[in-house]
Design a protein around this ligand. Structure first.
Ligand SMILES: [Fe+2]
Length: 294
């Protein structure tokens, strides 16, 4: 950050965070009606649309560049009490990996990312994969969708951003490696006895219609049907750049998250914190910046 000509230096950044502080907004506990093996409590965070290559934005000049705004999220996490500090962060796409790469050594909380439409070229997709090889694999064994387990909970990262930066989501594309994501997801969700969380960039169209900024018609219909028949506990999406929207897909709790970089209608930026307990998953938004309109 201190290397950035259009950003804030470290001292200014820390001072700003101390001055402005953070605000929170809770969505309450999504209690599970299902029974699980004994759960060790932990927290994780979800960030959407950091758009790291973008510079300062009108009305948000004091918050610095997009990278500054992303790093501010991680600083807010570091300042949380130990029982709330996230074990890791999910980033739900539109990352601009070329601008994140020089700052990764400033981040000390593990990241699990998925691609957005801004990672829609071979070059940007390849760079994103190379930044997180433990999740995406390497060489001939790359996979844009993956799952991992943490303290008994399965996290499923999907790739619904195809080639060319299309704003409509799709699960099959020459840029999504390997082919077969839908079959894989059905198998992952179908595994019984595990708590599950799903994250992806582009949200489904709940009415199964043909809409821009959502998964395509057929992908939406298949996705909603699959989630209803074998529900995870929670799903997180980005892409829309508006105030966070909470909704249900069958038994599952879903969120279309605000961006941590910028949002339409001067909506504040921030991220989601999730506390996992035996009883369920409790979500809380942490607001890290507001727009000041003259
Ligand atoms: Fe997007």
């Amino acid at each position: 950050m201190s290397n950035s000509s259009d950003g804030l230096d470290r001292r200014s950044f820390l001072g700003l965070a101390a001055t402005i502080g953070v605000a929170t907004a809770g969505y309450g506990m999504a209690e599970s009606t299902r029974s699980w093996p004994e759960q060790v409590s932990f927290s994780f965070a979800v960030i959407a649309d950091p758009h790291c290559a973008e510079g300062p934005r009108q009305g948000m000049e004091l918050l610095g560049s997009a990278v500054d705004r992303l790093l501010r999220c991680f600083q807010a996490m570091e300042e949380l009490p130990p029982d709330k500090k996230p074990d890791f962060v999910l980033i739900a796409g539109d990352i601009h990996p070329e601008a994140l790469a020089p700052h990764l050594d400033e981040i000390h909380i593990p990241i699990h990312a998925v691609a957005g439409n801004h990672e829609g070229s071979k070059k940007s997709r390849g760079l994103l994969r190379s930044l997180f090889p433990d999740d995406f694999g390497v060489g001939d064994n790359v996979h844009d969708y993956y799952s991992f387990e943490h303290k008994g909970v399965k996290f499923i990262g999907l790739c619904d951003a195809g080639a060319g930066g299309d704003h409509v989501g799709q699960f099959s594309s020459e840029l999504i490696k390997p082919a077969g994501q839908c079959d894989w997801f059905e198998e992952e969700l179908g595994m019984s006895g595990k708590r599950k969380v799903v994250f992806a960039h582009i949200p489904p169209a709940l009415d199964g219609g043909d809409h821009n900024m959502h998964m395509g018609r057929n992908d939406s219909r298949w996705f909603v049907k699959t989630v209803k028949s074998t529900p995870p506990e929670m799903l997180f999406f980005g892409h829309l750049h508006h105030a966070t929207e909470a909704y249900s897909i069958g038994e599952a709790q879903a969120f279309n998250l605000r961006s941590c970089c910028w949002n339409f209608q001067n909506t504040p930026v921030g991220f989601m914190l999730v506390q996992v307990t035996q009883e369920g998953m409790e979500t809380q938004e942490i607001i890290t910046g507001k727009v000041h309109v003259q």
